[in-house]
Design a protein around this ligand. Structure first.
Ligand code: CP
Length: 336
């Protein structure tokens, strides 16, 4: 695909060669993400960071990624703090904010909302999550993490065996990740969820059409014995009609050190898009796994920076200029 000036709305717009290109650019962003060097390649550029739904890591990492490239960030958070609450349409909001920004990142609770916004935007728009539909940048950082975690085992994404656990109906991260895995070969996906929260049929059919093996189950322990990755997810309580309905499923699948040690292979990588729900009623990924070196969740979150830097650099056509605008950092940075 042509990255320059493109919206990033869905994994469907990528081919495998595009993913490999993004990952190569992301690798080149590592010294900047690690504060070994700084660059001002986007000096003067403005990111409009519009988050109409709660977020910690996606919003901050979009902003930090843009800052690390030398650009500035202007934000609005929450529907009630924006003129959408006064009845302004998404398209009018896009017409206005694209006059204030060089690129826009956006999260919104409605499926398809970011594409609707992008249709009226004069600048590129990146989907930071639209309802239960897609979260493409999360899938990119997830796959980048899988690739880097498996490298030490001399395995790659082709032939991957992954268990996805939890709310696969409303979890947009797993929807985008499954779409992304369809660009690779010979994947086995074990989809573990309550029956009511199973992966949408269209995505299962897409995986099978790509030649992948798909196993569907509502049982955790017997299905995590023979996989490279366990990818746990949160019950997306904000998508349910009521808290009582979400309560039916919260805590159904809990991974802790005892279950991991008993059922997983010793080098199985543990992932989660975060936030993990650490309340007693959920505890889907117990803190007793925090000392386990195979717990990749914070390396995964860190990878959001290099992936989002790479996307901004590609969209704004500066990927080959980043190093020409580099200089040393002035301040103390741990681990440098
Ligand atoms: N993974 C993810 O989207 O996290 P946030 O909701 O904190 O952005």
């Amino acid at each position: 695909m042509k990255f320059t000036a493109s919206h990033i709305l869905s994994i469907a717009q990528f081919e495998r060669v595009d993913i490999e290109h993004i990952f190569q650019v992301a690798d080149r962003m590592r010294p900047y993400a690690n504060r070994q060097k700084l660059t001002r390649v986007l000096d003067g550029a403005i990111l409009g960071n519009l988050f109409f739904e709660p977020s910690t890591r996606t919003r901050i990492s979009f902003g930090s990624a843009f800052n690390l490239l030398g650009g500035e960030v202007r934000e609005t958070t929450g529907l009630s703090n924006s003129a959408l609450a006064k009845g302004e349409s998404l398209q009018d909001t896009a017409r206005v904010l694209s006059g204030y920004s060089d690129v826009i990142a956006m999260r919104h609770p409605e499926n398809g909302s970011v594409a609707e916004f992008a249709s009226a935007s004069r600048v590129p728009v990146v989907n930071g999550g639209d309802g239960s539909n897609e979260h493409p940048t999360q899938a990119l950082l997830d796959l980048y993490t899988i690739q880097s975690e498996l490298k030490s085992q001399k395995r790659n994404i082709d032939g991957l065996r992954i268990a996805m656990i939890g709310d696969l109906r409303y979890g947009r991260t797993v929807h985008s990740l499954c779409r992304l895995l369809c660009l690779f070969n010979n994947v086995k996906a074990v989809l573990i969820s309550p029956g009511e929260l199973k992966m949408p049929d269209a995505i299962v059919e897409m995986m099978e059409s790509a030649g992948h093996e798909v196993v569907i189950s509502d049982q955790l322990e017997p299905n995590i014995t023979d996989v490279d990755i366990v990818y746990s997810t949160r019950i997306q309580e904000e998508r349910f009609q009521s808290q009582q309905e979400a309560d039916l499923y919260r805590g159904r699948f809990r991974l802790n050190n005892q279950i991991y040690t008993k059922h997983c292979q010793p080098n199985t990588v543990i992932m989660h898009p975060l936030p993990r729900d650490s309340r007693v009623s959920a505890n889907e990924l117990d803190v007793d796994l925090d000392a386990n070196p195979n717990l990749a969740i914070f390396r995964q979150a860190d990878n959001g920076i290099v992936i989002r830097m790479a996307l901004f650099a590609l969209i704004l056509d500066v990927a080959d200029q980043v190093d020409a605008h580099a200089r040393p950092v002035n301040w103390y940075t741990p681990g440098r």
